[in-house]
Design a protein around this ligand. Structure first.
Ligand code: SAH
Ligand code: SF4
Ligand code: F3S
Length: 465
């Protein structure tokens, strides 16, 4: 998952509904699942008579969909809540609601400690939002942070945030059962549950009909997707590999991505399915977290360094052109220089194409917070993180340079930020390419030859097939 999305996502392009409707402004932090949840929220609100606005100063209600994964994610949100408090002084009727993982983690403490907050709604309670908003309009503060074993919002078509209409997120499951010792997600998102595959395929078909060319199937651990249903006397079972195939078959021109894979559950079957369908993207995000087996055990990741490298070998064998990205946590409890060096050596051995890298941030009430001491000093964490970022910079550069002279099919996703004469798009390997637009349009596939690269992107030019 793209956890680097430290910038807020907002609905940039729309005010939906009639002019007389109350307008809601939604700001989103955190992972792609949160972005997709905000799309579900927008859809629920519109069906209940609200409009969505991209302009804070027009808003009758401000909703902030929050992330609790690291302390700095929460600090940022508190800053925003304080700012909305200032704003409310000038417009006392405005309602402020906190949604998402911080709402779930902090519950009524948010209402007690932040007087500006009128609503606190956890990730499984969004169907209640219209009722809670109406109550808040009457001056009543509201909270619903119940977690569910069933809720997947399967019947709700999310209102899409992507303004280009090319790429959409589709949640295939919610929650997480893995209990990695550092992680707050099992507490904020509840138990793992998979969504009905028929509703997933239906949503993907609707997206294709609406012109979308790429879907990203989302879950905290997509490889443990599992659905079972009774068909007459037989039990029909759908695992992630089956689901991937079902989605790939919707349309050969639809590019299919997925995130996130857990190394302990990524099967060869999934890799063979990826190899079989050209429209399944050649990219796997496989968070390793650490290169030291001892640290992995303390993290409760349930694989060793060797297990991880075995998975990498399987990917290289079955999918030679597959890009591999990862997440790394540095400075976890008891991490020594030897452990740190093992992370560096694993990174070099794998040659990750890109990585999201974080300093360990202790989260209250997690297993690590309860049983281990956050004993790596901050300056050591910073130094190790810098080392990891520098090494990844080199590996990413090598990965891009290796693409120079090669030809890729690229899906055009939008205009380049720097020049209106250029488009950007991504290769199947999820690498961004910038190139002169020619006579093409957003949403088309083109063939590109890579001619160079910058630290951030590949540079290319369109060629005939
Ligand atoms: N479900 C996904 C990702 C979950 S959170 C997975 O299992 O891979 C995304 C990333 O945030 C994690 O992969 C991890 O690298 C990082 N992360 C999670 N908790 C953290 C913490 N307490 N401190 C620092 N980084 C953390
Ligand atoms: Fe957190 Fe681990 Fe679940 Fe990922 S798999 S969400 S890191 S508990
Ligand atoms: Fe996502 Fe952050 Fe919650 S990463 S699941 S929004 S804690």
């Amino acid at each position: 998952m793209d956890f680097n999305a430290d910038d807020a996502n907002i609905f940039e392009n729309m005010v939906t509904g009639g002019a007389d409707r109350a307008k809601v402004y939604i700001e989103t932090y955190g992972c792609q699942m949160n972005v997709n949840d905000s799309e579900v929220v927008a859809s629920i609100l519109i069906a209940n008579g609200y409009a969505i606005t991209s302009k804070l100063d027009e808003a009758d209600a401000i909703l902030i969909n929050t992330c609790a994964i690291r302390e700095n994610a929460e600090t940022r949100v508190f800053g925003r809540i304080d700012l909305f408090g200032q704003y409310k002084k000038g417009k006392p009727s405005v309602i402020v609601g906190v949604l998402g993982c911080m709402a779930e983690r902090l519950k009524d403490r948010l209402l007690e400690e932040k007087k500006v907050v009128d609503l606190v709604v956890g990730p499984d309670a969004y169907r209640e939002l219209p009722v809670l908003l109406r109550a808040a309009e009457e001056g009543q503060k509201g909270i619903n942070v119940l977690l569910s074993r069933e809720e997947t919002y399967a019947d709700i078509s999310p209102l899409r945030l992507d303004k280009n209409g090319v790429s959409a997120f589709v949640s295939i499951m919610r929650g997480c059962n893995n209990m990695c010792s550092y992680c707050v997600v099992p507490y904020t998102r509840g138990p793992e549950r998979s969504r009905d595959p028929h509703s997933i395929v239906r949503e993907v078909q609707e997206l294709v009909s609406a012109g979308y060319r790429e879907v990203t199937l989302l879950g905290q651990n997509v490889n443990s997707y599992y659905w079972e249903e009774q068909k007459g006397l037989l039990k029909h079972k759908v695992n992630f590999s089956d689901l991937l195939e079902m989605v790939a078959l919707v349309d050969p021109r639809l590019r299919v991505r997925f995130s996130t894979s857990h190394p302990k559950d990524l099967t060869d079957e999934v890799l063979y399915t990826m190899a079989m369908y050209e429209n399944i993207s050649n990219h796997i995000h496989l968070p390793v977290q650490s290169g030291s087996t001892r640290i992995l055990q303390l993290m409760n990741r349930k694989y060793t360094r060797e297990d991880y490298l075995n998975r990498i070998n399987a990917i290289r064998r079955i999918l030679p052109d597959c890009a591999i990205s990862t997440d790394i946590i540095t400075g976890f409890c008891t991490e020594t220089e030897v452990d740190h060096d093992m992370t560096l050596s694993l990174m070099s051995e794998v040659g990750f194409d890109f990585a999201f890298m974080f300093k360990y941030s202790e989260r209250p009430n997690t297993k690590a917070a309860r049983h281990l001491s956050d004993d790596v000093p901050d300056e050591v964490k910073t130094r190790r993180l810098t080392g990891i970022i520098e090494l990844q910079g080199k590996l990413s550069q090598q990965s891009k340079e290796a693409d120079i002279g090669k030809r890729f099919e690229v899906l055009i996703e939008g205009e380049s930020k720097k020049s209106r004469d250029e488009f950007y798009g991504r290769t199947s390997q999820n690498k961004v390419v910038v190139f002169p637009r020619g006579s093409h349009s957003i949403g088309e596939y083109v063939y590109i030859v890579v001619t160079g690269c910058t630290p951030a992107t590949l540079i290319g030019k369109i060629v005939k097939e």
